[in-house]
Design a protein around this ligand. Structure first.
Ligand code: SAH
Length: 248
């Protein structure tokens, strides 16, 4: 079981697979006023940076579930590097339908809401693992500027304009689902650059090391087109944030 190999190639050097930066991840941890022993569940935990740094900085206890074997292995190595391997566990597997045996104080899905079939479905899934009064974290894109056409939305690699909301509407949608938005940390364009531009050097080096690979033509094509596509569309139109929710 694994995610499509192209992501394991282009994001192999990422510690954070999203436009949030290390300092904003730290800001979020502080904003949530995490206490030692807080139990955090993270579906789509990637390379584990959120759980590992929060375990180091706040003494949280965490479980992450991720379908990428590479990212799950990197998460385990990061836990050892930060000296928190006794506080965090990473499960390699499909997080769709995953419900924790022990209820979490914080249940998160940061940039992987397709796991629950969209934002509403993911909130419902996370709620099944959450103690009463706990906090749900959702990391999700929104439109910084509403695309003037479907073509622009597709340029942002969205399926359609309707795939995302503008920020006020996204916040309102959480309310309609019965949740208070109690905190948020938003990415900015520099954060997008760290996520997207970091792929380019990784692709370039991978191509040099794997010229005969079956994905070489696809990676070559992406490296050629991505900088201009990204600067034209994603960087201008797409925002991204992590939203902390508590049931009303
Ligand atoms: N939350 C992490 C990773 C976000 S990227 C971070 O912010 O760094 C999306 C992640 O979802 C990837 O790590 C990918 O491997 C994982 N993923 C995709 N589909 C999944 C599934 N069905 N179950 C578990 N993880 C999945």
């Amino acid at each position: 079981m694994d995610i499509p190999r192209i992501f394991n190639i282009t994001e192999s050097a990422h510690r954070i697979h999203n436009p949030i930066t290390p300092d904003k991840l730290a800001t979020l941890g502080a904003a949530l006023r995490l206490e030692a022993g807080t139990r955090v569940l993270d579906l789509g935990s990637g390379s584990g940076e959120m759980l590992c740094t929060w375990a180091r900085d706040h003494g949280i206890v965490g479980t992450g579930v991720d379908m990428s074997r590479l990212f799950s292995e990197q998460a385990q190595r990061r836990a050892e590097e930060l000296g928190v391997a006794d506080r965090v566990a990473f499960i390699h597997g499909d997080a769709a339908g995953y419900v924790a045996g022990e209820k979490a104080d914080v249940a998160a899905c940061v940039g992987a809401t397709w796991i629950g079939g969209g934002v509403a479905g993911t909130i419902g899934l996370l709620a099944r693992s959450l103690r009463a009064g706990g906090v749900i974290l959702i990391g999700e894109p929104y439109w910084r500027q509403l695309p003037p056409s479907e073509e622009v939305a597709k340029g942002c690699l969205a399926g359609a304009v309707a795939d995302f909301l503008v920020l006020p509407e996204l916040l309102a949608s959480f309310g309609r689902l019965g949740y208070d938005v109690v905190e948020m940390v938003l990415a900015d364009q520099d954060g997008w650059d760290r996520y997207e531009a970091a792929k380019w050097l990784t692709m370039r080096r991978w191509l040099e090391a794997h010229p005969g690979d079956e994905l070489a033509a696809e990676v070559r094509a992406q490296l050629t087109s991505e900088p201009v596509r990204y600067a034209t569309y994603t960087r201008e139109y797409l925002g991204w944030g992590v939203f902390a929710l508590m049931a009303r």
